[in-house]
Design a protein around this ligand. Structure first.
Ligand SMILES: Nc1ncnc2c1ncn2[C@@H]1O[C@H](COP(=O)(O)OP(=O)(O)O)[C@@H](O)[C@H]1O
Ligand SMILES: [Mg+2]
Length: 588
């Protein structure tokens, strides 16, 4: 998670992510134009106030008591200013909420399309940081910074016109100082950008650490590693604090230097303007009005540090968010217009080879080599092989969670790549090796794909997975909450719940990936003995590193180091007296 400094610098120059962010304004552009016009109008009204102030003060200095008109004018203008400001700010804040909502929706929806490879490359904490912290930076930018930016530009355009009206000479005197302040701001902005990227990376690391720690808290405690964890956290936390400190230092320098500039400008105006008043070349009212305009400019210059910070912060945040939004799903859906034909469950695999993408610490080597197999609709097949022989990889390819490098997979004669993904996944259930259960009632975990299913069907699936006795023991029955705040299931119970989730769907194809591994032999035999009846006429592929399953299936494929070394029924393979026969005699 190193920051790509070069890319960030390039970003600073072009601010491409920021430009892209502004596309999200499009749906709201008319509303936004109204908001901007209102915020600009605020400054026009604001700039009119000193005119009446000047009239009032000049009347007072002439001992004239007729100042009711300027007072009423100032009161009226202030009220109008308040009303427009409220309207503009509110509108702008609402738009910022809409925009960040849209972006968050897009981000989240995109995450749903990304596959195994993507999730292997990104840490969860980092992704969460992007979805929360970065998203918040962007919203803050649209809410406060955009509005202040409009003020900045508005005041920069309006105030000088009024200043020149009061005194050309004083205005010209201030210009060099303003240029110095602007140059200084630009220089510091670059450094602030890098520092704020550092803070965001630090936040990602912090989230990741906390998450890992909480996920593994039981292991940490049982190994008495709390001290080491705290030490590790301290390191991460310390780096985050340091990154923050750097950013705060830069921001402080920025703010302090603008304050210094402001002071100098005030000094010039009071010094030069004051002596002109004394010499009778300028009225007190004019000087007061001028100081008022100067204050307007100084006010926004002070705020500009915030604008620069929020702008750059949003730019890095947007870069990080768009990095995810731009990730292409590894699994491309079938070309548009591909038909979703009914699936009967015939599977044919030709010369299928696969190697995982080369990544950190992973060499490119074939995990599967020239696999060919053919399964008729309704058959029950076992794929047997040692741990690491490639069984899970083969099932992932069949389920199109992975894309094969060479060879072909056909379902009902149709290339897997031409079947729309959602159609395939409606017709194929995959019970993975590593079970995942939601923190939800057990019934919702079983009937995950369809919360409306009748209870009787849920019981049926539970029975088929040998889960009935377990559920009966819970007083809340099927409504028993499992997971974080509910009951903790044993490994075998979890596996059976996950199995029930796959069985209940009654899809034409069911892939079971070693999902009896945590069951005792007796329970496994019970599940297997009923499986054929439940899956009657439906294709079932079950993977196992144990041999029990082979007695219940039509055909067995033996997978050894990514190759199919033997295939046939239990009796045929025993007759061949080869690899399988040896395995059986070893287990007996
Ligand atoms: N995501 C991955 N990236 C790289 N290699 C992997 C990945 N998943 C599995 N492998 C490797 O592929 C081989 C086959 O793994 P797998 O299909 O899980 O075997 P099995 O399910 O038979 O135990 C193993 O050597 C494993 O290390
Ligand atoms: Mg496996």
């Amino acid at each position: 998670m190193l920051i790509d400094q070069e890319r960030l610098k390039a970003d600073l120059r072009t601010l491409t992510s920021l430009q892209r962010l502004f596309h999200y304004f499009k749906p709201y552009r008319f509303q936004w134009v109204i908001a901007v016009l209102a915020l600009l109008a605020v400054h026009v009204v604001e700039a009119a106030i000193p005119i009446y102030l000047k009239v009032g003060i000049d009347l007072i200095s002439k001992q004239d008591e007729n100042i009711l008109l300027p007072i009423l004018a100032i009161l009226g203008l202030t009220a109008v200013r308040f009303a427009i400001l409220h309207f503009g700010r509110r509108k702008n804040a609402l738009i910022s909420i809409y925009i960040s909502y849209d972006l968050r929706q897009e981000f989240y929806a995109h995450l749903q399309t990304l596959g195994r490879g993507f999730y292997a490359n990104y840490q969860l904490g980092d992704l969460i940081a992007r979805a929360t912290n970065d998203m918040e930076s962007i919203r803050r930018f649209f809410r406060s910074a955009v509005h202040r930016l409009v003020s900045l530009i508005g005041v920069a355009l309006i105030a000088p016109i009024f200043m020149v009206q009061q005194s050309v000479q004083l205005t010209l005197l201030l210009i060099p100082l303003l240029l110095v302040i602007a140059a200084n701001g630009w220089y510091l902005a670059g450094r602030i950008l890098l520092a704020s990227a550092g803070v965001q990376v630090g936040f990602g690391a912090l989230t990741e650490t906390v998450q890992q720690n909480l996920k593994g808290i039981r292991t940490i405690q049982s190994h008495a590693q709390e001290e080491r964890e705290i030490k590790h956290f301290t390191g991460v936390s310390h780096r985050y604090a340091l990154a923050h400190q750097k950013l705060i230092n830069l921001n402080a320098i920025f703010t302090a230097s603008t304050v210094l500039g402001s002071g100098l400008m005030t000094l010039i105006v009071v010094g030069v303007g004051g002596s002109q008043v004394l010499a009778g070349q300028m009225s007190v009212g004019t000087l007061t009005a001028f100081i008022f305009y100067l204050a307007m400019i100084l006010g926004v210059i002070k705020e500009s540090s915030f604008v620069v910070y929020a702008l750059l912060n949003a730019s890095t945040a947007a870069t990080r968010v768009f990095e995810i939004v731009d990730e292409k799903p590894e699994i491309q859906d079938a070309p548009a217009g591909s038909s979703a034909q009914p699936i009967n469950g015939e599977i044919a695999v030709y010369d299928l080879s696969y190697s995982y993408p080369v990544g950190a610490g992973v060499r490119s080597r074939l995990v599967l080599e020239e696999i060919s197999l053919s399964i008729s609709p309704g058959e029950m097949i076992a794929i047997i092989g040692r741990v690491g022989s490639g069984k899970s990889t083969l099932l992932r390819l069949l389920a199109r969670q992975l894309q094969s490098n060479s060879g072909q997979i056909k379902v009902d004669g149709q290339d897997l790549r031409d079947i729309p993904l959602s159609h395939l996944r409606q017709n194929l259930s995959f019970v993975p090796q590593d079970t995942f259960l939601f923190a939800a009632p057990i019934s919702e975990n079983i009937s995950f794909d369809n919360p409306e299913r009748p209870l009787e069907l849920i019981w049926q699936a539970a029975r088929a997975a040998q889960l009935e006795a377990t559920i009966d023991k819970f007083s809340a029955g099927l409504s028993t909450l499992i997971g974080e705040r509910g009951v903790t299931l044993s490994g075998g119970q979890k596996q059976r719940t996950s199995l029930a989730r796959g069985l209940i769907r009654q899809t034409p194809i069911l892939l079971l990936d070693d999902c009896f591994s945590a069951l005792d032999t007796k329970t496994e035999a019970l599940v297997l003995s009923q499986l054929r009846a439940i899956r009657n006429g439906l294709t079932t592929v079950l993977v196992s590193h144990r041999l029990l399953a082979t007695r219940y299936v039509d055909r067995i494929y033996i997978l050894e180091q990514g190759r199919i070394v033997e295939a046939g029924s239990h009796n045929e393979l025993i007759g061949q007296n080869g690899y399988y026969a040896k395995l059986v005699s070893m287990q007996d």
